[in-house]
Design a protein around this ligand. Structure first.
Ligand code: S3P
Length: 456
């Protein structure tokens, strides 16, 4: 598939199984691909600004390519100029065009939900759909606040799921919305719809979620105010109808993708790896905090600011980890990292308790069940208590073996492949194809460090 085209249909090809085997020490340097959250937002703000937005380091994963395609359907000209170098000629806020076909987001929840906000704030009708995983994900959390703003839900599948047809409004009502979940996708959908509102749109979160939308909106010229709310929350106020001006965006490396080589280097004995240019936004580095608490040897080097975000190089050495208790209030800052943390915990000494994981149930798969099944298949003692996952540490010796079902979930696929690099027996996953949604270079990048992957 050319890098600037998304698949035309949301089906996937045949499943491609892959095995990972115990590897010699991993060594060398790796730069993970661009951050997925920022890549989606850069394209969307490019669409909403009038003129040319230049993007460097865009993640060219399938999820983001779907958003690029949706931006084209809504009136932007989106071109790939070279590896990671993209240009968006935006239609401008208020001037999007009615899409002719379904907006097909494949596996991408972020693209779907953010674009529901964009369409909701424009007087147009659009159909949102995707693959079997996306069709299971709850959209009501987005549809409820959009309805309050005046968006009409023309149709939806049972339980507020895709396919969803929305009729947006060019006069979205300004609302003050107290978010029932710490979700950046929900917050972002409301703010993006509120862009075209004649008043102020306010989102209140009890637990702060990633703040890339607010930061990028301000960078493109919108008036956005963030205030602290309670112990861990935020109150975000956006003034509607800004003039969004195109700005160059440099996308830092994705900490959620960096998590895989970092944990691999910690687990494979004798490893010594530098993971370069990792975004260190405080609302994204819960895994790093947790790994350091577990005794990981990770040296944070050359801290700097790139493209408006803190970044650093992480020098990681193989370490014997110890189990810890991960507090529930850390979940928003490491929500996508629990599958790989569960793998790290399996190799630790002593149990690790991960608290408050209810949101894992509504990711690309039910990640609590998918992780638990994967741990069972690979011989790792663990149990679930309410919304907590408790993994017994096997002190460096994990059996492995078994076949892990990935349920169209890229992070389940990568997590259990990393386990196989350090376990006694090879670990096989049923399908590696979804890895392309977020980390298309995962396999060759890890192989360059010394990872042993092969056909089962
Ligand atoms: C994302 C937010 C998170 C995260 C997802 C990306 C975003 O989802 O899991 O991978 O870019 O806003 P929620 O906002 O639903 O927690």
């Amino acid at each position: 598939m050319p890098a600037n085209q998304a698949h035309s249909a949301s089906g996937h090809g045949p499943a491609v199984p892959l095995s990972a085997s115990r590897s010699a020490p991993l060594t060398g340097r790796l730069k993970p691909p661009g951050d997925k959250s920022i890549s989606h937002r850069a394209l969307i703000l490019g669409l909403l600004s009038l003129g040319e937005t230049a993007i460097e380091g865009l993640l060219e994963g399938d999820d983001v390519l779907r958003t690029a395609q949706a931006c084209r359907q809504l009136g932007a000209k989106v071109d790939r100029l070279g590896p990671g170098r993209w240009r968006v000629l935006g239609a401008g806020l208020g001037s999007l065009i009615q899409p002719q076909d379904t907006l097909d987001f494949g596996n991408a929840g972020t693209g779907t939900r953010l674009m529901m906000g964009v369409v909701g704030g424009h007087g147009m009708t659009a159909t949102f759909d995707g693959d079997a995983s996306l069709r299971k994900r709850p959209m009501r959390r987005i549809l409820d606040p959009l309805s309050l703003m005046g968006v009409q839900i023309v149709s939806q599948a049972e339980g507020g799921r895709c396919p969803v047809v929305l009729m947006g409004t060019s006069e979205p009502a300004p609302i003050e919305y107290r978010s029932p979940v710490a979700s950046a996708q929900l917050k972002s959908a409301i703010l993006l719809a509120g862009l075209n509102s004649p008043g102020k749109t306010i989102v209140i979160e009890q637990e702060a979620s990633r703040d890339h939308t607010e930061k990028m909106l301000a960078y493109f010229g919108a008036e956005v105010k963030t205030e602290l709310e309670g112990a861990h929350g935020r109150r975000i106020t956006l003034t509607g109808r800004p003039t969004l001006k195109p700005r160059p965006v440099i996308v830092p490396a994705d900490p959620s993708s960096a998590a895989f080589p970092i944990v691999a280097a910690l687990l494979v004995p004798g490893s010594d790896v530098v993971v370069e240019g990792v975004m260190m936004n405080p609302l994204r580095i819960g895994l790093l905090t947790t790994l350091l608490e577990m005794g990981a040897q990770i040296d944070i080097r050359d801290e700097r600011i790139e493209g408006g975000e803190d970044v650093a190089d992480l020098h990681v050495k193989a370490s014997q980890l110890v189990g810890v208790d991960v507090p529930a209030d850390r979940a928003p800052a490491m929500i996508d990292e629990y599958p790989i943390l569960a793998v790290a915990a399996a190799f630790a000494t002593g149990p690790t308790r991960m608290r408050g994981l209810s949101e894992l149930r509504v990711k690309e798969s039910d990640r609590l069940v998918a992780v638990s099944d994967g741990l069972t298949a690979t011989g790792v003692a663990h149990h679930i208590e309410g919304d907590d996952l408790i993994v017994e540490g096997h002190a460096g010796t994990v059996r492995g073996g078994g076949l892990v079902a990935t349920h169209l979930d890229h992070r389940i696929a990568m997590s259990f492949l990393i386990m196989g690099l350090a376990s006694q027996k090879p670990v096989t996953i049923d399908d590696e194809s979804m890895i392309a949604t977020s980390f298309p270079t995962f396999k060759p990048s890890m192989e360059r460090l010394g990872a042993a992957f092969g056909a089962p």
